[in-house]
Design a protein around this ligand. Structure first.
Ligand code: 6R9
Length: 646
């Protein structure tokens, strides 16, 4: 590796950073040698009602799987994110909200946010919601989404946020799976100047959810909506009827905090369950160290609260640390492709955290839209959601950060609750494209397909040896699936589903999923979900979906479709199927390419050989590998001949 591929820690930054090289190494060693002592100490970052005396009780053994942290302690998350800051920073900004329209913004201080949350907690109580109930949020990026999350935690209700880009069907499935009896939404969302019919989608979903009897609606646009008396409640009207006093509910550290659905390699999304104590300790600590957050910094994470990044690094981590967190309703290219940088200048953003797909898209428009803004407030840049290719990394570093801001490439998952592998900006020299080294308490283990542990520089599958406080505890309502998915492939290890390379400096380079999950613009998608949507169409007999390299999205969705006998393929049908999938799952699942496949390559036992389909989609059919187990080799010739990705 040439010298220019190593970006050393800026000396000035190391002086003030929470961790430098020496302290990282000492703390890391302590964290893995004596996790009880380490986390016993760092758990005190959070205020406890009844302090814990027990730190950790964990077994990754398949037949005795259990994960508990701080488990005799009690606390409340909204108290930690709000009440405890009132004395020291009650009048400091908690949330800076920047609307889709550049003229639309507002700031809420900790005191104001606290009052709103207490009131909305009383609204939920008035609707009969109590500790342990599941509340679904289907909301735009508005302050009320943060208020609703924190209000749930205040009364001990478990929130389940469904990203606003999901379809009514996907929303209904998630409401039913966790048996939510209340959904919170808005009349419409606004993104890039266009309305999103959230209430109409919710109405359609609720038609299939007879047990969900309350729908609280925030008025965002004032657009025309349908109203169901007895079920629908206006947020603002309900808020006028309650007071701003609501004592926080005392929760056990292992009481559920939230459920968040995520895609896996099988059809149904999994309800990832996080609990109270460990999650908030881990979110707060990673936020402080990875982003080197100091009092007074303005911090902006561009994710949506519908994804885990929004949970941990827009809301919970930052607010637990008393930070100022910016919430952005809009999109990177509206009104212009300078928007991100204009927002940085407008609010003096110091720390900026986004996804590679956004960087790649903006990079296409050249340097000028960036350079015409100042960005002098920026000190640190972050990346999350998918591997960042070195070319995009360098552009982000050189053009956006003007060579002044380290980039933290943070690897983690919905399941992990917080960042597991990432640079600490004062402690790690950077290599473009590498997530570098593990956070405190994280012991990555590389294994081969047989499960043999690999030492030194290697390429393999990425597992984690022991628990960390932010780890998910179960798949909601299906513990067996939790065991099967994460702990049955490699004995005694948590299996991430990702492949990785470890280099001679011990740095990790995440190479992407090794299961049937694809990563489209940083959004996780099970290929099985898209396949089920396709075969639900009456003219489709069979479908197989794989990812293929896509310049902007990272991976695109490539679908092979076999039509029912006698149906003729046409461009109209192709368009119809694309629309169909968007309606079934949501716009994020839009197939990029659909290839008509008279037959799919199968083994003699009838299993679809995805490895081959992947190669064809990648335009890499010269290296199809072993095709000797194919039932009908001619099928592959046909697919190559008619491939879409030429
Ligand atoms: C936080 C989040 C998780 C999957 C994960 C991996 C990919 C996330 C990454 C990354 C390379 C990074 N991923 N961060 N790959 N480098 N810095 O994205 O959670 O939506 O659950 O996705 O995303 O493949 O397994 P989630």
């Amino acid at each position: 590796m040439s010298a220019k591929d190593l970006y050393p820690v800026p000396q000035e930054l190391a002086k003030t950073a929470w961790a430098d090289k020496t302290s990282y190494q000492a703390m890391y060693r302590a964290s893995v040698e004596d996790p009880d002592a380490f986390w016993g100490e760092h758990g005190k970052r959070i205020d406890w009602i009844k302090p814990y005396t027990k730190v950790k009780d964990v077994s990754f053994a398949k037949d005795d799987l259990h994960i508990k942290w701080f488990y005799d302690g009690t606390l409340n998350v909204s108290y930690n994110c709000l009440d405890r800051h009132l004395e020291t920073r009650g009048d400091s900004p908690a949330i800076i909200w920047e609307g889709d329209d550049p003229n639309d913004d507002k700031t809420l201080t900790y005191r104001e946010l606290h009052a709103e949350v207490c009131k909305f907690a009383n609204v939920l109580k008035a609707q009969g919601i109590k500790k342990g109930d599941r509340v679904t949020l289907y909301m735009p990026m508005i302050v009320e989404a943060a208020v609703a999350m924190l209000a749930c935690t205040r009364i001990g209700a478990i929130h389940s946020i469904v990203f606003g880009g999901f379809s009514p069907d996907a929303l209904a499935g998630r409401i039913r799976d966790c048996k939510s009896n209340c959904v919170i939404t808005a009349d419409e969302g606004v993104r890039g100047g266009r309305p999103i019919p959230l209430k109409a989608n919710t109405d359609a979903a609720l038609a299939d959810c007879p047990d969900c009897t309350t729908c609280i609606v925030v008025k965002r646009t004032g657009g025309t909506i349908n109203w169901v008396d007895g079920r629908d409640v206006w947020y603002h009207e309900a808020m006028d009827k309650v007071d701003a006093v609501c004592p926080p509910e005392e929760m056990n550290a292992e009481d559920p905090l939230f459920i968040l659905y995520t895609s896996g390699s099988t059809g149904q999304p999994k309800g990832v369950l996080h609990t109270t104590g460990g999650y908030i300790v881990y979110a707060a600590m990673t936020h402080r160290y990875v982003f080197d957050y100091h009092d007074g910094d303005i911090y902006w994470c561009t994710a949506d609260v519908g994804w885990v990044t929004g949970h941990s690094y827009i809301i919970y981590g930052p607010l637990a640390n008393g930070a100022t967190t910016l919430m952005f309703e809009g999109v990177p290219n509206y009104p212009t492709v300078s928007r991100f940088w204009e927002v940085c200048d407008k609010h003096n953003v110091n720390i900026f955290y986004t996804a590679p797909t956004a960087i790649r898209a903006l990079m296409r428009d050249g340097d000028e839209p960036v350079k015409k803004t100042s960005r002098k407030s920026l000190r640190l840049l972050g990346s999350v959601g998918e591997p960042i290719n070195p070319e995009a990394w360098r552009w982000y570093y050189d053009v956006v950060g003007e060579g002044r801001c380290p980039i933290v490439d943070t690897w983690w998952q919905t399941e992990t609750g917080g960042i597991l592998i990432s640079p600490l900006p004062g402690a790690m020299d950077l290599k473009p494209g590498s997530a570098t080294l593990p956070f405190f308490g994280i012991e990555p283990v590389m294994v081969d397909t047989e499960g043999a542990v690999l030492e030194g520089p290697c390429e393999g599958m990425l597992c984690i040896k022991d628990s960390w406080p932010g780890q998910m505890r179960t798949v909601y309502g299906d513990h067996e699936r939790f065991v099967q998915t994460y702990f049955s492939n490699f004995s005694g290890l948590y299996f991430s589903g990702d492949g990785a390379r470890r280099d001679e400096d011990g740095y990790y380079w995440i190479t992407g999923r090794v299961d049937d999950v694809i990563n489209v613009s940083g959004h996780r998608m099970g290929t099985a979900e898209v396949e089920s949507a396709l075969v639900a169409h009456e003219l489709v007999a069979e479908a197989a979906v794989v990812g293929y390299p896509h310049d902007i999205k990272g991976q695109g969705i490539y679908a092979y479709v076999t039509l029912t006998a006698g149906v003729a393929p046409s461009e109209e049908l192709r368009a119809e199927l694309v629309k169909w999938v968007r309606n079934e799952i949501g716009p994020i699942a839009t197939p990029d390419l659909i290839q008509w496949a008279p037959g799919l390559p199968k083994t003699r036992s009838g299993k679809i050989m995805r490895r081959i389909l992947r190669k064809v989609a990648e335009n890499d059919y010269a290296s199809l590998g072993d095709t000797s187990t194919l039932a009908e080799p001619a099928v592959v010739e046909e697919l190559i001949e008619n491939r879409m990705n030429k």
